[in-house]
Design a protein around this ligand. Sequence first.
Ligand code: URA
Length: 457
Amino acid sequence: MNILDIIAKKRDKQELSEEEISFFIDEYVNGNIEDYQASALLMAMYINGMNIDETVNLTLAMANSSNVLDFEGVFENSYVLDKHSTGGVGDKVTMIAIPIAASLGVKVFKMSGRGLGFTGGTADKLESIEGYKVEQDLVGALRVLNENGACMITQSNELAIADKKLYALRDVTATVDSLPLIASSIMSKKIASGVDKIVLDVTCGDGAFCKNEEEAIKLSRMMVRIGKLVQKETIAVVTSMDDPLGRKVGNTLEVEEVIEFLLASREEIESEKYKDIKDVVFEVVACMMKLAGISDSIRESKAKIMEEIVSKRAYKKFIDIVKAQGGHITSVYMEHLTENIDIPVLPYKAKFMKEIKADKNGYVNYVRTDKIGQALVELGGGRHKKEDEIDLSVGFELKKKNGEYVNQGDCIMQVYFNDKEKFDNAAVYIAEGLKVNDSKVIGTPMILDVITEEDLN
Ligand code: URA
């Protein structure tokens, strides 16, 4: 077998066999296939597509390209779950959903990525907490998981090593946004992490990878099918990312919003203020409870989730996980709760704040949410390149969301920053991403679809 024949076969729109795909992955990881040859094959896969058998074979070859973890025997009678989001702007769902799920008895082994481009990464956000160690070895991660029912760590460099190498190549050869390549990249890491079942939050809209619903549903079905074929039951929740999620965007700011949400009252959680976060978090956790065998009724699960938050049990679980991973905690008197509450120490504070004001009367419209994500990168809160250091203190607080009415001069957004030149660069993107319109744009529901194994035909 040789790589030239494999490239030619895919170039000529033929199906690659399991052996050919395994050969490509093994030899590429071993250094016997050059980057330019792998790039040519990726481009042929991108242009001519791959059927489901090829996609599954690629997924498994990448999953098995280095260590594969195994939770067999770690918990008696409990599945270990993962929750993964395809990313977005202001996406803090993992940091809220995992403690709620763990508090309700779901075991979660959560590995998160770092931010690259206009979407943020949970691993960076958690590092806004003083002392929090996202880089844990397996022994440390299992200890946290055993003691608290969940851990939130960063993606191990040793898992699915082929995906790591290929993803870096796709990033510089315009071959990222291919559905079979995305599906196999995500699922290979999930399979290598050894979890039993998976909930995917497949984001969709101008602030996400998938720009339209049809594409997001296609990707979701592909990943649910891969999960089924490898006996790791998967549910995909297709969610809207037309608007930044929640009211805070930026690493420290998002952790602040996580704390606020987990300490909110029932009335606040049911209010317009938290509607988008609530809709996504409740659906994702209810799906996790279903897969964990805790409850089949999504409605009953959502009632339990609300109780878990308003009783502060979910918040306590968040604090327990943060402490177990080395995060520093301080006790603060909260006037609205009339009690002392343990909160994580968030040491990064921006020096300056400026308001973005409405230039006329009308309705706020985040016309290009990706531009808001890009504005965060310009402030220093995200990365242009993988090696970039990020500024955890900068970001935005949205005073108005899509569809809210403003008068000329009203504050729409507060920008927290440390460098005036960076602010000016970010302001260009904000101007492209945020408009005031004469008419109100009707938003889509947050939950666009939920795809389970039963939905596959
Ligand atoms: N996230 C991944 O892990 N891989 C992709 O290809 C795209 C998004």
